[in-house]
Ligand binder design. Structure first.
Ligand SMILES: CC(=O)CC(=O)SCCNC(=O)CCNC(=O)[C@H](O)C(C)(C)COP(=O)(O)OP(=O)(O)OC[C@H]1O[C@@H](n2cnc3c(N)ncnc32)[C@H](O)[C@@H]1OP(=O)(O)O
Ligand SMILES: NC(=O)C1=CN([C@@H]2O[C@H](COP(=O)(O)OP(=O)(O)OC[C@H]3O[C@@H](n4cnc5c(N)ncnc54)[C@H](OP(=O)(O)O)[C@@H]3O)[C@@H](O)[C@H]2O)C=CC1
Length: 293
Protein backbone atom coordinates (compact mmCIF):
# COMPACT_ATOMS: atom_id res chain seq x y z
CA UNK A 1 0.00 0.00 0.00
CA UNK A 2 1.11 3.56 -0.63
CA UNK A 3 2.15 5.78 2.23
CA UNK A 4 -0.99 5.93 4.42
CA UNK A 5 -3.26 5.42 1.41
CA UNK A 6 -5.66 2.52 1.96
CA UNK A 7 -8.78 3.73 0.24
CA UNK A 8 -9.26 5.41 -3.12
CA UNK A 9 -12.23 7.49 -4.22
CA UNK A 10 -12.81 8.09 -7.91
CA UNK A 11 -15.03 10.75 -9.46
CA UNK A 12 -16.19 9.93 -13.00
CA UNK A 13 -17.05 6.39 -14.07
CA UNK A 14 -16.09 6.74 -17.73
CA UNK A 15 -13.42 4.69 -19.44
CA UNK A 16 -10.62 6.14 -17.30
CA UNK A 17 -12.45 6.08 -13.94
CA UNK A 18 -13.42 2.46 -14.59
CA UNK A 19 -9.87 1.49 -15.53
CA UNK A 20 -8.44 3.22 -12.45
CA UNK A 21 -11.01 1.45 -10.24
CA UNK A 22 -10.01 -1.88 -11.86
CA UNK A 23 -6.27 -1.54 -11.12
CA UNK A 24 -6.77 -0.08 -7.63
CA UNK A 25 -9.15 -2.88 -6.61
CA UNK A 26 -6.73 -5.49 -7.99
CA UNK A 27 -3.95 -3.91 -5.90
CA UNK A 28 -6.03 -4.32 -2.74
CA UNK A 29 -7.41 -0.82 -2.21
CA UNK A 30 -10.97 -0.15 -1.11
CA UNK A 31 -12.47 1.80 -3.99
CA UNK A 32 -15.52 4.06 -3.89
CA UNK A 33 -16.56 5.52 -7.22
CA UNK A 34 -18.99 8.33 -7.92
CA UNK A 35 -20.56 9.52 -11.17
CA UNK A 36 -23.46 11.84 -11.97
CA UNK A 37 -25.08 8.98 -13.84
CA UNK A 38 -26.33 5.91 -11.90
CA UNK A 39 -26.52 3.98 -15.20
CA UNK A 40 -22.92 4.98 -15.89
CA UNK A 41 -21.86 3.46 -12.56
CA UNK A 42 -23.62 0.17 -13.35
CA UNK A 43 -22.23 -0.12 -16.85
CA UNK A 44 -18.73 0.69 -15.58
CA UNK A 45 -19.01 -2.21 -13.12
CA UNK A 46 -20.11 -4.53 -15.95
CA UNK A 47 -17.11 -3.39 -18.04
CA UNK A 48 -14.66 -4.01 -15.17
CA UNK A 49 -16.21 -7.42 -14.54
CA UNK A 50 -15.79 -8.32 -18.24
CA UNK A 51 -12.20 -7.03 -18.41
CA UNK A 52 -11.31 -9.00 -15.26
CA UNK A 53 -12.91 -12.11 -16.76
CA UNK A 54 -10.65 -11.70 -19.82
CA UNK A 55 -7.65 -11.45 -17.49
CA UNK A 56 -8.74 -14.69 -15.79
CA UNK A 57 -9.16 -16.39 -19.18
CA UNK A 58 -5.65 -15.34 -20.25
CA UNK A 59 -4.14 -16.55 -16.96
CA UNK A 60 -3.18 -13.06 -15.69
CA UNK A 61 -5.29 -13.48 -12.56
CA UNK A 62 -7.52 -16.04 -10.84
CA UNK A 63 -11.28 -16.18 -10.46
CA UNK A 64 -11.01 -15.74 -6.67
CA UNK A 65 -8.82 -12.61 -7.10
CA UNK A 66 -11.32 -11.29 -9.65
CA UNK A 67 -14.19 -11.77 -7.20
CA UNK A 68 -12.22 -10.19 -4.35
CA UNK A 69 -11.39 -7.17 -6.53
CA UNK A 70 -15.03 -6.70 -7.55
CA UNK A 71 -16.08 -6.90 -3.90
CA UNK A 72 -13.69 -4.02 -3.09
CA UNK A 73 -15.48 -1.65 -5.47
CA UNK A 74 -18.39 0.32 -3.97
CA UNK A 75 -20.63 2.49 -6.12
CA UNK A 76 -21.40 5.93 -4.68
CA UNK A 77 -24.41 7.55 -6.35
CA UNK A 78 -23.81 10.57 -4.06
CA UNK A 79 -20.42 12.27 -3.86
CA UNK A 80 -20.66 12.09 -0.03
CA UNK A 81 -19.87 8.37 -0.41
CA UNK A 82 -16.25 9.39 -1.04
CA UNK A 83 -15.90 11.43 2.18
CA UNK A 84 -13.69 8.98 4.10
CA UNK A 85 -11.26 8.19 1.27
CA UNK A 86 -7.50 8.76 1.75
CA UNK A 87 -6.96 9.64 -1.90
CA UNK A 88 -9.57 10.91 -4.36
CA UNK A 89 -8.78 10.77 -8.08
CA UNK A 90 -10.98 13.00 -10.20
CA UNK A 91 -11.45 11.39 -13.64
CA UNK A 92 -14.44 13.36 -14.91
CA UNK A 93 -14.91 14.96 -18.33
CA UNK A 94 -11.96 17.03 -19.62
CA UNK A 95 -13.63 20.37 -18.94
CA UNK A 96 -12.21 22.82 -16.41
CA UNK A 97 -15.64 24.07 -15.32
CA UNK A 98 -16.83 20.52 -14.59
CA UNK A 99 -13.68 19.73 -12.62
CA UNK A 100 -13.85 22.96 -10.58
CA UNK A 101 -17.47 22.21 -9.60
CA UNK A 102 -16.47 18.74 -8.44
CA UNK A 103 -13.68 20.18 -6.24
CA UNK A 104 -16.15 22.67 -4.74
CA UNK A 105 -18.45 19.78 -3.84
CA UNK A 106 -15.86 17.37 -2.53
CA UNK A 107 -13.34 19.52 -0.66
CA UNK A 108 -15.61 20.42 2.27
CA UNK A 109 -16.46 16.75 2.95
CA UNK A 110 -12.96 15.22 2.64
CA UNK A 111 -10.60 14.71 5.57
CA UNK A 112 -8.16 17.64 5.70
CA UNK A 113 -5.23 15.22 5.21
CA UNK A 114 -6.75 13.50 2.17
CA UNK A 115 -4.95 13.90 -1.15
CA UNK A 116 -6.92 15.14 -4.14
CA UNK A 117 -5.59 14.14 -7.56
CA UNK A 118 -6.73 14.76 -11.10
CA UNK A 119 -6.37 12.47 -14.09
CA UNK A 120 -6.57 15.47 -16.44
CA UNK A 121 -4.94 14.96 -19.84
CA UNK A 122 -3.89 18.55 -20.31
CA UNK A 123 -5.15 21.15 -17.84
CA UNK A 124 -2.87 23.13 -15.54
CA UNK A 125 -2.41 21.34 -12.21
CA UNK A 126 -1.46 24.64 -10.56
CA UNK A 127 -4.63 26.38 -11.77
CA UNK A 128 -6.90 23.44 -10.81
CA UNK A 129 -5.18 23.22 -7.41
CA UNK A 130 -5.79 26.91 -6.76
CA UNK A 131 -9.55 26.29 -6.88
CA UNK A 132 -9.34 23.78 -4.00
CA UNK A 133 -8.82 24.15 -0.26
CA UNK A 134 -5.64 22.03 -0.44
CA UNK A 135 -3.22 23.08 -3.23
CA UNK A 136 -0.36 21.50 -1.23
CA UNK A 137 -2.17 18.13 -1.27
CA UNK A 138 -3.26 18.35 -4.91
CA UNK A 139 -1.41 16.52 -7.72
CA UNK A 140 -1.78 15.28 -11.30
CA UNK A 141 -1.83 11.47 -11.58
CA UNK A 142 -2.25 10.88 -15.30
CA UNK A 143 -3.04 7.27 -16.22
CA UNK A 144 -3.01 6.07 -19.83
CA UNK A 145 -5.86 4.34 -21.64
CA UNK A 146 -6.59 1.40 -21.32
CA UNK A 147 -5.47 1.67 -17.70
CA UNK A 148 -5.21 -2.07 -16.96
CA UNK A 149 -2.86 -2.52 -19.94
CA UNK A 150 -0.73 0.64 -20.18
CA UNK A 151 2.36 0.70 -17.95
CA UNK A 152 2.88 4.47 -17.73
CA UNK A 153 1.58 7.04 -15.27
CA UNK A 154 2.65 10.68 -15.58
CA UNK A 155 3.06 12.40 -12.24
CA UNK A 156 2.66 16.17 -12.35
CA UNK A 157 3.08 18.53 -9.41
CA UNK A 158 1.56 21.96 -9.24
CA UNK A 159 3.56 24.91 -7.91
CA UNK A 160 2.20 24.34 -4.39
CA UNK A 161 2.30 20.51 -4.26
CA UNK A 162 4.17 19.42 -1.13
CA UNK A 163 6.96 16.82 -1.23
CA UNK A 164 4.96 14.54 1.04
CA UNK A 165 2.04 14.54 -1.42
CA UNK A 166 4.42 13.77 -4.27
CA UNK A 167 6.03 10.88 -2.34
CA UNK A 168 2.65 9.44 -1.29
CA UNK A 169 1.41 9.58 -4.88
CA UNK A 170 4.63 7.97 -6.10
CA UNK A 171 4.38 5.10 -3.57
CA UNK A 172 0.72 4.61 -4.43
CA UNK A 173 1.42 4.33 -8.18
CA UNK A 174 4.27 1.90 -7.55
CA UNK A 175 1.84 -0.43 -5.74
CA UNK A 176 -0.20 -0.53 -8.97
CA UNK A 177 2.86 -1.92 -10.78
CA UNK A 178 3.06 1.10 -13.09
CA UNK A 179 6.09 3.03 -14.27
CA UNK A 180 6.23 6.73 -13.38
CA UNK A 181 7.35 9.57 -15.57
CA UNK A 182 7.57 12.96 -13.90
CA UNK A 183 6.35 15.81 -16.10
CA UNK A 184 6.43 19.54 -15.45
CA UNK A 185 3.13 21.40 -15.31
CA UNK A 186 2.95 22.58 -18.94
CA UNK A 187 -0.09 22.18 -21.21
CA UNK A 188 -0.77 18.47 -21.91
CA UNK A 189 2.45 17.39 -20.09
CA UNK A 190 4.67 14.95 -22.07
CA UNK A 191 2.62 12.16 -23.68
CA UNK A 192 -0.20 14.33 -25.00
CA UNK A 193 2.12 17.21 -26.01
CA UNK A 194 3.63 14.75 -28.47
CA UNK A 195 0.75 12.36 -29.22
CA UNK A 196 -2.15 14.77 -29.77
CA UNK A 197 -0.47 16.97 -32.43
CA UNK A 198 0.23 13.71 -34.30
CA UNK A 199 -3.45 12.73 -34.08
CA UNK A 200 -4.53 16.27 -35.05
CA UNK A 201 -2.19 16.09 -38.07
CA UNK A 202 -3.77 12.76 -39.07
CA UNK A 203 -7.17 14.50 -39.00
CA UNK A 204 -5.78 17.34 -41.19
CA UNK A 205 -4.46 14.65 -43.54
CA UNK A 206 -8.01 13.31 -43.80
CA UNK A 207 -9.53 16.83 -44.04
CA UNK A 208 -7.24 17.76 -46.92
CA UNK A 209 -8.04 14.52 -48.76
CA UNK A 210 -4.52 13.15 -48.68
CA UNK A 211 -5.94 9.77 -47.69
CA UNK A 212 -9.09 8.03 -46.49
CA UNK A 213 -9.62 6.97 -42.86
CA UNK A 214 -8.54 3.46 -43.78
CA UNK A 215 -5.50 4.63 -45.76
CA UNK A 216 -4.25 6.88 -42.94
CA UNK A 217 -4.68 4.23 -40.25
CA UNK A 218 -3.15 1.47 -42.37
CA UNK A 219 -0.23 3.75 -43.24
CA UNK A 220 0.61 4.42 -39.61
CA UNK A 221 -0.01 0.85 -38.41
CA UNK A 222 2.07 -0.85 -41.09
CA UNK A 223 4.39 2.03 -41.96
CA UNK A 224 5.29 3.18 -38.45
CA UNK A 225 4.35 0.09 -36.41
CA UNK A 226 1.77 1.89 -34.26
CA UNK A 227 -0.57 -0.58 -32.51
CA UNK A 228 -3.58 1.49 -33.61
CA UNK A 229 -3.94 3.94 -36.47
CA UNK A 230 -4.15 7.61 -35.32
CA UNK A 231 -7.86 7.95 -36.24
CA UNK A 232 -8.69 4.66 -34.52
CA UNK A 233 -6.75 5.93 -31.49
CA UNK A 234 -8.58 9.29 -31.59
CA UNK A 235 -11.90 7.40 -31.49
CA UNK A 236 -10.54 5.27 -28.64
CA UNK A 237 -9.48 8.30 -26.57
CA UNK A 238 -12.73 10.18 -27.35
CA UNK A 239 -12.93 13.03 -29.86
CA UNK A 240 -14.23 15.45 -27.20
CA UNK A 241 -11.15 14.72 -25.10
CA UNK A 242 -8.86 15.08 -28.16
CA UNK A 243 -10.42 18.46 -28.98
CA UNK A 244 -10.12 19.69 -25.38
CA UNK A 245 -6.44 18.74 -25.30
CA UNK A 246 -5.74 20.53 -28.60
CA UNK A 247 -7.57 23.63 -27.31
CA UNK A 248 -5.47 23.61 -24.14
CA UNK A 249 -2.27 23.30 -26.24
CA UNK A 250 -3.42 26.04 -28.63
CA UNK A 251 -4.48 28.46 -25.87
CA UNK A 252 -1.68 27.59 -23.46
CA UNK A 253 1.25 27.72 -25.89
CA UNK A 254 -0.21 30.37 -28.26
CA UNK A 255 1.22 28.66 -31.32
CA UNK A 256 -0.83 28.10 -34.49
CA UNK A 257 0.77 24.68 -34.96
CA UNK A 258 -1.64 23.42 -32.31
CA UNK A 259 -4.80 24.70 -34.11
CA UNK A 260 -7.46 21.98 -33.75
CA UNK A 261 -8.45 20.63 -37.16
CA UNK A 262 -11.91 21.99 -38.18
CA UNK A 263 -12.96 18.43 -39.01
CA UNK A 264 -12.30 17.38 -35.41
CA UNK A 265 -14.46 20.31 -34.25
CA UNK A 266 -17.22 19.23 -36.66
CA UNK A 267 -17.24 15.64 -35.41
CA UNK A 268 -17.49 16.80 -31.80
CA UNK A 269 -20.28 19.25 -32.68
CA UNK A 270 -22.15 16.36 -34.33
CA UNK A 271 -21.85 14.35 -31.09
CA UNK A 272 -19.69 11.82 -32.95
CA UNK A 273 -17.24 11.33 -30.09
CA UNK A 274 -15.72 8.00 -31.14
CA UNK A 275 -16.24 4.59 -29.61
CA UNK A 276 -18.02 5.83 -26.50
CA UNK A 277 -20.85 7.42 -28.53
CA UNK A 278 -20.98 4.71 -31.20
CA UNK A 279 -19.59 6.87 -34.04
CA UNK A 280 -16.49 8.87 -34.82
CA UNK A 281 -14.00 8.33 -37.63
CA UNK A 282 -15.52 4.83 -37.61
CA UNK A 283 -19.10 3.72 -37.08
CA UNK A 284 -19.15 1.13 -34.27
CA UNK A 285 -22.85 0.35 -34.35
CA UNK A 286 -22.51 -2.79 -36.47
CA UNK A 287 -20.44 -5.94 -36.00
CA UNK A 288 -17.23 -4.39 -37.35
CA UNK A 289 -16.16 -0.72 -37.38
CA UNK A 290 -16.89 1.00 -40.72
CA UNK A 291 -15.00 4.20 -41.71
CA UNK A 292 -17.24 7.28 -41.82
CA UNK A 293 -15.11 8.96 -44.54
C1 LIG B 1 -5.41 10.82 -23.94
C2 LIG B 1 -4.49 10.70 -22.76
O1 LIG B 1 -4.59 11.54 -21.85
C3 LIG B 1 -3.41 9.73 -22.66
C4 LIG B 1 -3.64 8.40 -23.32
O2 LIG B 1 -4.09 7.49 -22.69
S1 LIG B 1 -3.28 8.31 -24.94
C5 LIG B 1 -3.67 6.67 -25.39
C6 LIG B 1 -2.58 5.71 -24.99
N1 LIG B 1 -2.95 4.39 -25.42
C7 LIG B 1 -2.56 3.88 -26.60
O3 LIG B 1 -1.80 4.49 -27.33
C8 LIG B 1 -3.12 2.53 -26.90
C9 LIG B 1 -2.67 2.04 -28.26
N2 LIG B 1 -3.24 0.70 -28.49
C10 LIG B 1 -2.70 -0.40 -27.94
O4 LIG B 1 -1.71 -0.37 -27.23
C11 LIG B 1 -3.40 -1.70 -28.26
O5 LIG B 1 -4.15 -1.53 -29.44
C12 LIG B 1 -4.34 -2.19 -27.11
C13 LIG B 1 -3.49 -2.53 -25.88
C14 LIG B 1 -5.40 -1.18 -26.75
C15 LIG B 1 -5.08 -3.43 -27.58
O6 LIG B 1 -4.14 -4.36 -27.98
P1 LIG B 1 -4.46 -5.48 -29.08
O7 LIG B 1 -3.29 -6.39 -29.09
O8 LIG B 1 -4.91 -4.85 -30.31
O9 LIG B 1 -5.75 -6.13 -28.58
P2 LIG B 1 -6.01 -7.35 -27.65
O10 LIG B 1 -5.13 -8.52 -27.99
O11 LIG B 1 -7.48 -7.54 -27.79
O12 LIG B 1 -5.66 -6.79 -26.21
C16 LIG B 1 -4.42 -6.94 -25.58
C17 LIG B 1 -4.70 -6.99 -24.10
O13 LIG B 1 -5.27 -5.74 -23.69
C18 LIG B 1 -6.50 -5.95 -23.02
N3 LIG B 1 -7.39 -4.84 -23.36
C19 LIG B 1 -7.63 -4.34 -24.59
N4 LIG B 1 -8.46 -3.30 -24.50
C20 LIG B 1 -8.74 -3.13 -23.20
C21 LIG B 1 -9.54 -2.21 -22.48
N5 LIG B 1 -10.21 -1.22 -23.09
N6 LIG B 1 -9.60 -2.32 -21.14
C22 LIG B 1 -8.93 -3.31 -20.51
N7 LIG B 1 -8.15 -4.20 -21.13
C23 LIG B 1 -8.06 -4.11 -22.46
C24 LIG B 1 -7.02 -7.26 -23.58
O14 LIG B 1 -7.89 -7.89 -22.67
C25 LIG B 1 -5.75 -8.04 -23.75
O15 LIG B 1 -5.38 -8.59 -22.50
P3 LIG B 1 -4.79 -10.07 -22.39
O16 LIG B 1 -3.43 -9.99 -22.98
O17 LIG B 1 -4.80 -10.32 -20.92
O18 LIG B 1 -5.73 -10.95 -23.15
N1 LIG C 1 -9.77 8.98 -22.79
C1 LIG C 1 -8.48 8.86 -22.59
O1 LIG C 1 -7.78 8.20 -23.37
C2 LIG C 1 -7.85 9.52 -21.41
C3 LIG C 1 -8.53 10.45 -20.67
N2 LIG C 1 -7.93 11.03 -19.58
C4 LIG C 1 -8.63 12.03 -18.79
O2 LIG C 1 -9.46 11.35 -17.86
C5 LIG C 1 -10.66 12.12 -17.62
C6 LIG C 1 -11.85 11.28 -17.98
O3 LIG C 1 -11.76 10.87 -19.34
P1 LIG C 1 -12.63 9.66 -19.90
O4 LIG C 1 -12.82 8.63 -18.88
O5 LIG C 1 -12.04 9.31 -21.20
O6 LIG C 1 -14.01 10.41 -20.18
P2 LIG C 1 -15.46 9.79 -20.29
O7 LIG C 1 -16.25 10.75 -21.11
O8 LIG C 1 -15.38 8.36 -20.71
O9 LIG C 1 -15.96 9.79 -18.78
C7 LIG C 1 -16.15 10.94 -18.01
C8 LIG C 1 -17.16 10.60 -16.95
O10 LIG C 1 -17.27 11.70 -16.04
C9 LIG C 1 -18.65 11.85 -15.76
N3 LIG C 1 -18.93 13.17 -15.22
C10 LIG C 1 -19.15 14.34 -15.88
N4 LIG C 1 -19.41 15.33 -14.99
C11 LIG C 1 -19.34 14.78 -13.76
C12 LIG C 1 -19.54 15.28 -12.44
N5 LIG C 1 -19.83 16.55 -12.23
N6 LIG C 1 -19.41 14.43 -11.41
C13 LIG C 1 -19.12 13.13 -11.61
N7 LIG C 1 -18.94 12.58 -12.83
C14 LIG C 1 -19.03 13.40 -13.89
C15 LIG C 1 -19.30 11.60 -17.10
O11 LIG C 1 -20.69 11.40 -16.95
P3 LIG C 1 -21.66 11.78 -18.21
O12 LIG C 1 -21.23 10.90 -19.33
O13 LIG C 1 -23.01 11.46 -17.67
O14 LIG C 1 -21.42 13.24 -18.47
C16 LIG C 1 -18.56 10.36 -17.54
O15 LIG C 1 -19.11 9.18 -16.97
C17 LIG C 1 -10.51 13.40 -18.47
O16 LIG C 1 -9.93 14.40 -17.68
C18 LIG C 1 -9.56 12.95 -19.58
O17 LIG C 1 -8.84 14.00 -20.14
C19 LIG C 1 -6.66 10.70 -19.18
C20 LIG C 1 -5.96 9.73 -19.85
C21 LIG C 1 -6.49 9.08 -21.04
Amino acid sequence: MGNQIKSVGIVGAGQMGGGIAHVCAMAGYDVHIHDVSADGLQSMLATISGNLARQVASGKTTESDREAALARIALAPQIEGLAAMDLVIEAATEDETVKRKIYQQICPILNPEAILATNTSSLSITRLASTTDRPERFIGIHFMNPVPVMKLVELVRGIATEDQTFQSARSFIETLDKTITVAEDFPAFIVNRILLPMINEAIYTLYEGVGSVEAIDTAMKLGANHPMGPLQLADFIGLDTCLSIMQVLHDGLSDSKYRPCPLLVKYVEAGWLGRKSGRGFYDYRGDTPVPTR
